[in-house]
Structure formats: structure tokens, C-alpha cells
Design a protein. Structure first.
Length: 164
């Protein structure tokens, strides 16, 4: 193997790791209610976003506004877990990824628990600032919504911190 081939393989591994870190950062920003951090994960300009019932957007800004309005509240306790990433480098500065998602939401105002199974179909572009999401689609594959209360479910803990 030549030095050039080794450098190309190393660059590919670094690019794939950077894309994994980008998606992890995006999901962590969603959980942390960090709209600026979330926005920074997307490319500038046109971005194709299809989040089903949440909406379809042509750039990241309208998604961030919906996130602020709906998700950025203390009573919305969320957990986004991206799993089983399949990342494919398509050429210089372009990649695609398929991610599983396990999502859980505890709404402490409504006393509901929502769990979703889904997957993301993402496209990525490498910019001067690093890898960014240039397109994303979330497809929900399963949904469970429970009413937390004496009649339906006995919830031992509701909120952010488990009782000690």
C-alpha cells in the first residue's frame, strides 16, 4: 500500500468519524434545548428537511423556529438516541448516512410518555467549517404514546431526575 493510499484511507476514517460526531452533536443539542447548536449542524443556504408531521423545510431556520416554539420548554423532557449509523462517502466533500433513532419524550405538563422508532436519511457536505447536514428526512416506523396516571399507567418517576 502506498503512502497516498494510506492517507486516503485515513482521511476517509476521519471523515466518517466527523460525520458521526456531527450527528451526535445534533441529537445532543435537541436534548439540551440548544437551538443555536442545532442550527450549526446544518449547512448554510438551502437544506432539504423532511420531518414528517413536524414539517418540511427548505432551510434550517424554519426548523429551528419550530424547535424553539414546541420543544424548548422544561416540561418537554426528550432523549434522542441515534443508532446503527451507515455512512457512505460519495466523493470529495459529499456523504450520505442512514441512522436508526430511538426517541423518548416525557411531557410533564400532559403526563404523557411518547416513544418513537424511526430512521434518518441524511446527506452531508464538507464545508470550511467541517461536515454539515445538507439534507435530512426522518421516517417514523413505530409510535407508542402512554398517558401516565392512575387509570392507565403507574409512573414511578416523571421528569428529568430519578428519585433517590
Amino acid at each position: 500500500m502506498t503512502t497516498v493510499e494510506l492517507e486516503q484511507r485515513l482521511q476517509a476514517l476521519e471523515d466518517i468519524d466527523a460525520i458521526r460526531s456531527l450527528k451526535a452533536h445534533y441529537l445532543a443539542c435537541c436534548d439540551a434545548k440548544d437551538p443555536l447548536g442545532m442550527r450549526a449542524c446544518f449547512a448554510d443556504g438551502p437544506v432539504a428537511i423532511d420531518y414528517g408531521v413536524v414539517g418540511k423545510f427548505e432551510s434550517a431556520e424554519p426548523l429551528v423556529e419550530i424547535f424553539k416554539q414546541i420543544g424548548c420548554h422544561p416540561h418537554m423532557v426528550e432523549m434522542h438516541h441515534g443508532v446503527n449509523p451507515r455512512i457512505k462517502l460519495l466523493g470529495p466533500g459529499k456523504a450520505e448516512g442512514l441512522w436508526g433513532l430511538h426517541y423518548q419524550l416525557i411531557n410533564t405538563n400532559d403526563n404523557t410518555l411518547t416513544q418513537l422508532g424511526a430512521y434518518y436519511e441524511d446527506a452531508y457536505v464538507k464545508t470550511a467549517a467541517g461536515w454539515k447536514i445538507s439534507a435530512t428526512k426522518c421516517v417514523v416506523t413505530s409510535t407508542l404514546v402512554l398517558k401516565l396516571g392512575a387509570e392507565a399507567t403507574a409512573a414511578l418517576v416523571i421528569g428529568r431526575v430519578a428519585a433517590g
